[in-house]
Design a protein around this ligand. Structure first.
Ligand SMILES: [Zn+2]
Length: 240
């Protein structure tokens, strides 16, 4: 085994070690509880926002009905006043009786309309309270979200700084590694993920425990490049 090959092997193991540390850090970042909490809070906020939109639509609908009822009441009031004037002007008692019946009908319609109108106003008030309540809930969800985000930033900031250190270390080692070997490592790492470099000790791949046949073992051990395990395809770093 040439000195260059030995050095490359050491560098491959070093990169792998750095990558393992990076994965551990990334897992710690991913496992931070705030991310899930924030996602849950955002989902609730979105739900709240949708509820507010629904309430507002109902408010608009109820306001429209209330307006219609008010207009109907106003026109009814005008009719009642006109009817009253006719009664005041009437001289015939039968005409007065007919007009009075009409006036009574109008008065009943007015009662019904008034209670309908009050119902709309009560609905509007209830909906407004519901809207305010829901908006307050959404606002408190937002406040909690901000707190969680701040805590998450603080913790990930620290972990990301460690990641950046590892990235710098990795770049240094990778720069020293022959280009083709680096490309093989990256391709395998992308394909397999996890551990892609294995120690080859006493004719055995320590990753998958394969002991290749003698001829293949001799090829691996005398090769002037980094060979791959015939079984697990990991890059084999020879060790005495
Ligand atoms: Zn293997």
């Amino acid at each position: 085994m040439t000195a260059n090959l030995k050095e490359s092997g050491a560098q491959l193991l070093e990169i792998q070690d750095i990558d393992t540390q990076r994965r551990v850090l990334q897992d710690r970042i991913d496992a931070l509880p705030q991310k899930r909490t924030v996602a849950a809070l955002r989902a609730k906020k979105q739900e709240g926002g949708m509820r507010i939109a629904q309430i507002q639509a109902r408010i608009a609908e109820e306001a429209q009905k209330s307006e219609t009822a008010s207009a109907a009441l106003a026109s009814l009031d005008a009719k009642i006043a006109a009817e009253q004037r006719k009664i005041d002007a009437a001289t015939d008692h039968r005409e007065v009786a007919t007009l009075t019946r009409e006036l009574e009908n109008l008065a009943r319609r007015k009662d019904a309309l008034e209670s309908e109108s009050l119902g709309h106003l009560q609905q509007l008030e209830d909906l407004e309270l519901l809207r305010i309540d829901t908006e307050e809930k959404v606002a408190s969800l937002s406040a909690r979200e901000q707190t969680e985000i701040a805590a998450w930033r603080e913790q990930t900031g620290r972990l990301h700084a460690e990641l950046a250190d590892l990235d710098a270390q990795r770049a240094q080692v990778a720069a020293r590694l022959p280009e083709d070997l680096r490309a093989r490592y990256e391709a395998l790492a992308a394909e397999k993920g996890g551990v892609v470099v294995a120690r080859f000790v006493n004719g055995r791949c320590l990753a998958c425990s394969l002991t290749p046949p003698t001829a293949r073992r001799a090829e691996i051990e005398s090769s002037d490049t980094i060979e791959q395990c015939p079984q697990c395809r990991r890059l084999l770093v020879l060790e005495d």
